[in-house]
Design a protein around this ligand. Structure first.
Ligand SMILES: Cc1ncc(COP(=O)(O)O)c(C=O)c1O
Length: 472
């Protein structure tokens, strides 16, 4: 009789999750490349079980260390990683029974730290703003942990030849097969350089005419190093996973034909377009790669026979609090405001603000007119002794009052009390511009107040003035 194990063997079942790594889909980009004549295809690596291209190298590194005898049962894997390699290693370690310690620079997203801890790994966070040879740098801390932990190995994605080899063995052949050998260009963001080196090497062996294009964030040293061989000083940037402040030995720049530079803003705005227009929920470095591919395709005037493959390394789920958070983007100057984003407080703040001028009900008409003239305003809020808002007094009400009294002059001791307009809308500082515009169809002024404290008064001309200064 057939055993259940024999039956399972006939079913469509993977023995472990490791077998589901790779063979990710190649998907045509449409909307974001609609003005290009060439075909642009995305290799969507978030289909890997750990959600990134690094699932390809984690198990390969562990299996190599096992084969060479460096990693023994019950051992510990240490790695300095921006997150994705950690997940790739953690998946294999979970199945094979190893412990993991990951060292991460503090600019990395909280989601990545929590994700690694979810696999049971220990995560050590180190400062970003130190040189690589500083003892606090994530490279130095990882080396020290290996020395101190018995039976520990450093996965060493930056210098381990297994990293590019994993792409020679998997990513390269997949792309050759999926494009039926018609790929003409490969565009890849460069971090350790494992992906571009391994995939590029394989493809060039198949067809030496295929152009390999690296994408480097502004602030990283790789662009200049490729262009002139010169080492420059690295500057900070926000996109995660690509760009370096040193040359990893896993990056063979001789495989790379061109390097395109992209900035954070281009990367993040393109990432959001990939999600909203192509339905691909991908991470920030995917936007860098696509923005770089588009620049390259325009510059090199690629034509209708060109088939460009862009690597999309990971998923957007790790960046919800960054690329996909409007507040974060705006704080970092990557998102332009639309008028719908403005609030009453923004308009008040943009006025050439003097301290709020207000009138009291007991003020003389003559004094109030003099005040309006001095400050060049057409109305004033009127406050009671205790600071409570009573209403506004406006130019037009003063004028009507003076004309209605039917005298060429008015009593010198007359106060504004009888002409205070009490039906004035009061809004909070957070009221959106859209709401204000609605209010102005019925009223000539609105008071901004929070906790009963008047913060300002806005008229239509303030809004017009504000919008006219928001030049693109
Ligand atoms: C999100 C992301 N994109 C791109 C890369 C670059 O891949 P590679 O290290 O193979 O150059 C990495 C590497 O960590 C990454 O995490």
């Amino acid at each position: 009789m057939e055993t259940i194990n024999q039956q399972v063997e006939e079913m469509e079942v993977y023995d472990t999750i490791l077998e589901t790594i790779g063979n990710t889909p190649l998907v045509r980009l449409n909307s974001v490349v609609s003005d290009l004549p060439c075909t642009v295809l995305a290799k969507v690596e978030f289909f890997n079980p750990g959600g990134s291209v690094k699932d390809r190298i984690g198990p390969a590194i562990i299996e190599d260390a096992e084969r060479s005898g460096r990693l023994k049962p019950g051992g510990t894997i240490v790695e300095s990683t921006s997150g994705n390699t950690g997940v790739g290693l953690a998946i294999a370690a979970a199945i094979k029974g190893y412990r993991c310690i990951f060292v991460m620079p503090d600019k990395m997203s909280q989601e990545k730290i929590l994700l690694l801890r979810a696999f049971g790994a220990r995560v050590v966070v180190t400062p970003t703003a130190v040189e690589p040879d500083d003892p606090r740098s994530y490279y130095s801390v990882a080396h020290k942990l290996v020395e101190e932990t018995p039976n520990a190995i450093l996965a060493n994605q930056y210098h381990n030849p297994v990293n590019p080899q994993a792409h020679v063995a998997t990513t390269g052949p997949e792309l050759w097969r999926q494009t039926k050998g018609r790929i003409t260009h490969l565009v890849v963001g460069m971090g350790t350089g494992g992906t571009i080196t391994g995939t590029g090497r394989y493809l060039k062996e198949k067809n030496p005419h295929i152009k390999i294009v690296g994408v480097d964030p502004i602030g990283s040293i790789l662009y200049e190093l490729h262009r002139s061989g010169r080492y420059t000083k690295a500057e900070g940037y926000k996109v995660e996973g690509i760009g370096e402040d040193f040359l990893p030995s896993t990056l063979d720049l001789s495989v790379v034909d061109h390097v395109v530079q992209v900035n954070d803003k281009e990367s993040f705005l393109m990432t959001r377009r990939l999600v909203r227009e192509e339905g691909m929920f991908c991470g920030g470095s995917c936007g860098s790669a696509v923005a770089g591919a588009i620049k390259y395709a325009h510059d090199q005037k690629l034509g209708k026979d060109d088939v460009v493959v862009v690597m999309l390394p990971d998923s957007g789920s790790r960046y919800l609090s960054k690329v996909f958070d409007d507040e974060w983007l705006r704080e970092n100057g990557f998102l332009e405001q639309t008028w719908a984003d403005f609030r009453a407080a923004d308009i008040q703040a943009a006025k050439h603000a003097h301290d709020i001028i207000a009138a009291r009900p007991t003020d003389l008409i003559t004094d109030v007119i003099a005040q309006m003239k001095q400050y060049n305003v057409s109305q004033l809020p009127v406050l009671a002794e205790n600071g409570r808002l009573l209403g506004v007094v406006s130019e037009i009400d003063l004028l009507n009052h003076m004309l209605l009294t039917n005298h060429a002059s008015h009593a010198p001791d007359e106060t504004i009390e009888s002409i205070i307009e009490t039906n004035v809308p009061v809004v909070r500082p957070s009221t959106p511009l859209e709401t204000l515009v609605g209010i102005f169809s019925k009223h000539s002024a609105v008071i901004i107040a929070s906790d009963d404290k008047v913060q300002g008064i806005l008229t239509k001309i303030d809004i017009l003035d504000f919008l006219s200064t928001q030049v693109r």
